[in-house]
Ligand binder design. Structure first.
Ligand SMILES: Cc1ncc(COP(=O)(O)O)c(C=O)c1O
Length: 377
């Protein structure tokens, strides 16, 4: 990776095309060898200028709202696999028209909209099941937390799938390895075996980080093959993070260095709260190229440019003192960043560009005052 830092606008999200293509290769290999369906979840990665490459290889996308459904139609040119925690009467017809599959979050929503399915006979309907198991330790990201509002239990289905429902949708992993999927499948087969012979498709959601180095790809392929064969069903995976894993950066500039009670903070032209919200929500400390987390000769917190008191991450250690004008490169900034950014404090939204495989940078989008103003009225 050789980013032409001095010619880039700052802040800027930079997609690394080489890594995206590598990720797509892995996802395609798993799909083809296991004989399953893999589609990108737009909630995690929706950088639509990359979609021409994605649509050459993948048919469909997992969408979670009307707007993602429309983006799927406009930029991928295919029908969606829809799942939203709740659908609105005024939106459901358009979603059904543009979807091949739809999953309902509750039996109540299924009952409310099931009549409409008669007008859309090509849409296959399913129900989201909460298997009561998730390896995710942070409650904010744990779909199976006590009192979860996501999905129904297997028990709620009684003995047979409700008439008209053809699929089961289960999402309970997050950046998970194969071991957690294997555990999940054991639980599904224990609690829900009888339903697996009654359905046409099983959507195992996202969270399958098969593009992370060390992921047990062979284990995954073998397990998926077995499931497909044993139950004679279509297996669907809808990862978001795996598509864009490590496929890009956020480049920022140091604007000031401040010091308080012995802690030095490098003030940046980007914001954790507005541009990298998962750093605060999960929370996690992102990699910064050339810096070590925690230790190092010259230690700094990195501060965002919003006035939220907690808009900082740190500490980081650098080889040399930071100075105004230095560029910093945050790693792994493609999934769940651009899709979650906001205009808090009116801070400038990062530009968006791509580092092509030949090393050339292409600027795709800059944002200005009108983008901020148009979100308000
Ligand atoms: C229903 C559903 N499907 C797919 C995904 C994508 O998950 P990931 O990006 O972790 O692969 C999510 C993420 O929250 C989800 O809620």
């Amino acid at each position: 990776m050789n980013i032409p830092l001095n010619t880039l606008p700052s802040p800027c999200f930079v997609l690394d095309e080489k890594i995206l293509l590598w990720n797509l290769d892995v996802l395609e290999e798993v799909r083809d060898r296991a004989g399953i369906t893999i589609i990108p979840a737009l909630k995690g990665f929706a950088m639509w200028k990359t979609f021409p490459e994605i649509k050459k290889r993948f048919q469909g996308a997992a969408v979670s709202s009307l707007h993602e459904t429309l983006l799927c139609k406009d930029e991928l040119g295919v029908k969606s696999f829809a799942y939203a925690p709740v659908y609105k009467e005024v939106e459901i017809d358009t979603i059904l028209k543009l979807s091949s599959h739809i999953s309902f979050n509750s039996l109540g929503q299924w009952e409310l909209f099931r009549e409409k399915l008669h007008r859309f006979p090509d849409v296959s309907a399913g129900i989201r099941v909460n298997p009561g198991f998730s390896p995710v330790e942070t409650d904010l990201y744990n779909p199976c937390v006590d009192g979860s509002r996501l999905g129904v239990s297997f028990d709620a289905l009684n003995d047979a799938m409700p008439e008209g429902l053809e699929g089961i949708h289960i999402h309970s992993l997050c950046e998970s390895g194969f071991d957690h999927l294997a555990e999940l499948i054991t639980i599904i087969e224990k609690k829900g075996k009888k339903f697996l012979s009654q359905i046409k498709w099983l959507n195992l959601g996202g969270g399958h980080l098969m593009t992370r180095s060390g992921y047990d790809k062979e284990g995954l392929i073998n397990l998926l093959k077995r499931l497909k064969l044993n139950y004679d069903i279509e297996i669907i995976l809808e990862p978001g993070s795996a598509f864009a894993w490590r496929a890009g950066y956020l480049v920022a500039t140091v604007l000031d260095i401040v010091e308080h009670t012995g802690i030095q903070t490098a003030m940046l032209d980007t914001s954790f709260a507005a541009h990298m919200p998962d750093c605060l929500e999960m929370p996690y400390q992102p990699d910064v190229i050339g810096a070590t987390k925690g230790s190092g000769n010259y230690q700094y917190r990195l501060g965002g440019n919003s006035c939220l008191a907690g808009d900082y991450i740190g500490m980081y250690g650098f080889e040399a003192p930071l100075k105004v004008g230095d560029k910093l490169v945050f790693g792994d900034m493609m999934h769940y960043t651009m899709v979650k950014t906001n205009h808090f404090n009116g801070v400038a939204h990062p530009s968006i560009g791509i580092l092509h495989t030949n090393g050339e940078f292409e600027l795709w989008r800059e944002f200005g005052y009108e983008d901020y103003k148009n979100r308000l009225s």
